[in-house]
Design a protein around this ligand. Structure first.
Ligand SMILES: Nc1nc2c(ncn2[C@@H]2O[C@H](COP(=O)(O)OP(=O)(O)OP(=O)(O)O)[C@@H](O)[C@H]2O)c(=O)[nH]1
Ligand SMILES: [Mg+2]
Length: 442
């Protein structure tokens, strides 16, 4: 999949990442080549322009990472921009807990892959421990119901079959009434293919949607239709409010342009890709992984991680400097929370703070407390965050009100912050002192 794009971009990237120094001309050349590669891959022109401008901006910008070469740094910029283009974070299905039924509605053009994808999805959800049922609501032709029934049997999932020629709205209503008593927690409805310009059929699917009240309306698109897929998605989204896109036939020699343009042009996230005809050929869509695939090299990942680690190292050094000079502010304190969320564990963040290794008992950390503290700091003005000493009684009252806490809690946080600041200062001073001693002793 994405062979052409991958080949072209990875060539550029391989070429430039080896350079130990690069000029604006190098960047411009690389960017031009990437531009051609994207256009050849059928990416929307507006999307390409924006991508290129941002890449140049960032690549020639100020964020210089010391331990990686300028070429490598350029690759990181391209990688990050690709991830953004593809939608940034993995978008999960918004299913409800097992006690409430979640309805998923599959829609799309004729032959786009709805029926196959419905069965693939049922299989995947079953594997994840849910109890799905497939509903054959494509009643336009007799073979459609049978097709889904066969697939359902193959993946070992129950199926509700409509009668050919029956009104799909009435059928879906009856099925859902019946399912209310059943023990399935996820109802996946396969529907007939339709063109976005066929007003009657679009009105019908709107009525099906209203009756079904789905948590997910998934538009299945044939990845091979290229740029067309984006236009189709746009009009389906406008008339039906699609919650996510699934690209089928991503295993074919799709040029990938649609996947790269989708989020920017339509705002619809891509949730899965179909990578073959078998029921197991459905992959969760991870922007990060696809970007890496496009750059055509696994080592980009480690490169990016290396660059990231350096950024964090720089931040830590800056922090240490601040601590030593007692310039550590509430804003820095707040930034630690953000970093904390990113890394997942308070312990690891504390370990990163100079002088704090092993000084924290992770069990003593209270997530609710952190949330409260965060709310308090967020209720302060920037000036207050940078200099907590200006927080007099009336400001404290305002902050307490703004954060939904009490003056007592605000006071407690400020006291704790002041104490932390002093401790950190002492610890880091001490370390310096120790180093000095060490050097004296050779
Ligand atoms: N290679 C490949 N083929 C796929 C994929 N998904 C679906 N297909 C094939 O595409 C064809 C159409 O798939 P269907 O699931 O019947 O499409 P549909 O949207 O339900 O079609 P209608 O109900 O007629 O509108 C079938 O031959 C599938 O095997 C995929 O991810 N990769
Ligand atoms: Mg079908």
């Amino acid at each position: 999949m994405l062979e052409g794009l991958t080949k072209n971009i990875s060539d550029v990237v391989r070429n430039i990442s080896g350079k130990s120094s690069i000029t604006e001309k190098n960047i411009q050349d690389a960017v031009d080549q990437i531009k051609v590669a994207l256009l050849e891959a059928d990416v929307n022109l507006r999307v390409v322009r924006r991508f290129i401008n941002r890449t140049i901006e960032e690549a020639t910008g100020e964020a210089v990472i010391r331990s990686v070469s300028p070429g490598e740094q350029f690759v990181k910029v391209v990688h990050d921009r690709l991830v953004k283009l593809l939608g940034e974070e993995r978008q999960e299905l918004q299913l409800k807990g097992p006690d409430t039924k979640s309805v998923i509605l599959m829609v799309g053009l004729q032959g786009s892959g709805k029926t196959t994808t419905a069965a693939k999805l049922a299989r995947k959800l079953k594997e994840e421990g849910r109890k799905p049922v497939l509903v054959a609501a494509d009643l336009t032709r007799p073979a459609a119901v049978e097709q889904l029934a066969v697939l359902a049997e193959r993946v070992g999932v129950d199926v509700q079959k409509g009668r050919s020629g029956e009104d799909p709205v009435a059928f879906v209503r009856d099925v859902l009434k019946e399912e209310k008593r059943g023990d399935h927690d996820t109802v996946i409805i396969d529907t007939a293919g339709r063109m976005q310009i066929d007003e009657d059929l679009m009105e019908q699917i709107r009525r099906v949607k209203k009756t079904a009240d789905p948590v997910e309306t998934l538009l299945v698109l044939d990845a091979m239709t290229g740029q067309n897929a984006v236009d189709i998605a746009k009009s389906f989204h406008e008339s039906l409010e699609v919650s996510g896109v699934i690209f089928s036939k991503f295993d074919s020699d799709t040029r990938g342009g649609a996947a790269l343009s989708m989020k920017t042009v339509t705002g619809c996230p891509i949730k899965y890709i179909g990578t073959g005809e078998r029921p197991e050929d459905l992959e969760a869509f991870y922007p990060e992984r696809i970007a890496t695939r496009i750059l055509g090299m696994g080592d980009v990942v480690s490169l990016v991680e290396k660059a990231q680690a350096t950024v964090e190292q720089d931040e830590a050094e800056e922090l240490q400097k601040k601590i030593q000079t007692a310039a550590f502010t509430l804003q820095d304190y707040l930034d630690q929370f953000a970093r904390l969320r990113k890394m997942g564990s308070l312990e690891s963040v504390m370990e990163m703070m100079p002088g704090m290794k092993g000084a924290v008992d992770p069990d003593a950390v209270d997530e609710d407390q952190i949330k409260k503290e965060e709310a308090i700091i967020l209720s302060m003005t920037r000036g207050e965050r940078l200099n907590h000493r200006i927080l007099g009684p009336s400001r404290r009252k305002r902050v307490a009100k703004g954060s939904g806490t009490s003056v007592y809690e605000v006071n407690r946080l400020l006291k704790k912050f002041e104490k932390t600041r002093q401790t950190m200062k002492k610890v880091s001073k001490n370390k310096k002192y120790q180093q000095k001693l060490m050097s004296q002793f050779g």
